[in-house]
Write a protein that binds this ligand. Structure first.
Ligand SMILES: *Cc1c(COP(=O)(O)O)cnc(C)c1O
Length: 258
């Protein structure tokens, strides 16, 4: 995709497509909030831009979005740098800076890199990673918000699947939350989960909400519940999600997963 994208003008069909998708998505989110007796706008939208170029991030910034999700460090670091560079150019000076959410499986040796651009790390799922993130954030003078990713698979024995669904076993979540809360350079933001593959997301999201209520009991600051993707946002909103992470319903279908 052309890097020379000017960011405006009726000739940009991609911008028009994204605007149309965003309108449809907002209508769907509003309906989900109404059905769940929640205020319209009660749920924040994180645009998952993995596989899509920095130019799409600029288009979505122009449409008023601010929160972006990425699941691979290399791609995310590259895109964040491109967007930051473009925002320094005269065409984009009026745009607010994005907030990057890291939502993919994270190896401890990537902690330094991820901490350099991510404002929110949604996929914290083990104590060793908490320690690595705390060290990296302290060195970088950053204070990222961390969500504990919960594995909602009723049979987690198989481990992470091809979609990169990771997460802590529900029984480990409170211990990891305590560790994040006790880490000077990290903030505990809440919980995150992906619904189990090929199962009704509702009971899974309800278990997640119960766990969130428990964590909130000890950590009242952990208000975020990141759940819901393009295929199951209604179930997540019904269960009390504060954030949905939307890729394909906004940006279109991705190339087959690598
Ligand atoms: C890709 C991804 C999403 C977005 O998925 P869509 O089905 O395209 O909306 C959300 N969360 C995570 C963790 C992802 O990896």
């Amino acid at each position: 995709m052309a890097e020379s994208y000017a960011g405006s003008g009726p000739e940009d069909q991609r911008a028009a497509q994204l605007a149309e998708n965003l309108n449809a998505l907002r209508t769907r989110l509003d309906a989900a909030c109404a059905a769940a007796h929640r205020a319209p706008g009660a749920v924040a939208l994180v645009a998952v831009t993995k596989f899509f170029p920095a130019t799409d991030v600029l288009r979505l910034l122009r449409l008023g979005l601010r929160e972006f999700g990425e699941n691979r460090d290399q791609e995310a670091a590259d895109k964040a740098a491109r967007v930051a560079g473009a925002l320094r150019g005269p065409q984009h000076l009026d745009l607010a800076a994005p907030r990057w959410h890291f939502i993919g499986q994270l190896q401890t040796n990537k902690a330094r890199s991820v901490v350099s651009y991510a404002d929110v790390i949604e996929s914290v799922d083990r104590l060793r990673l908490v320690a690595a993130l705390d060290r990296a954030a302290e060195r970088a003078g950053r204070a990222p918000t961390c969500l504990i990713q919960v594995n909602l698979d009723p049979d987690p024995g198989a481990g992470a699947d091809a979609d990169g669904r990771g997460g802590a076993a529900p029984g480990e979540v409170e211990r990891i939350a305590d560790a994040v809360a006790g880490s000077p350079a990290l903030r505990l933001g809440g919980l995150m989960a992906v619904a189990p593959l090929g199962a009704d997301p509702r009971p899974a999201f309800e278990r997640l909400a119960e766990l969130h209520a428990k964590v909130l009991g000890t950590h009242p600051e952990a208000v975020s519940l990141s759940a819901g993707m393009s295929g199951d946002l209604e179930a997540a909103v019904a269960a009390g999600a504060t954030h949905v992470r939307i890729g394909s319903a906004l940006l279109g279908s991705r190339a087959p997963l690598r």
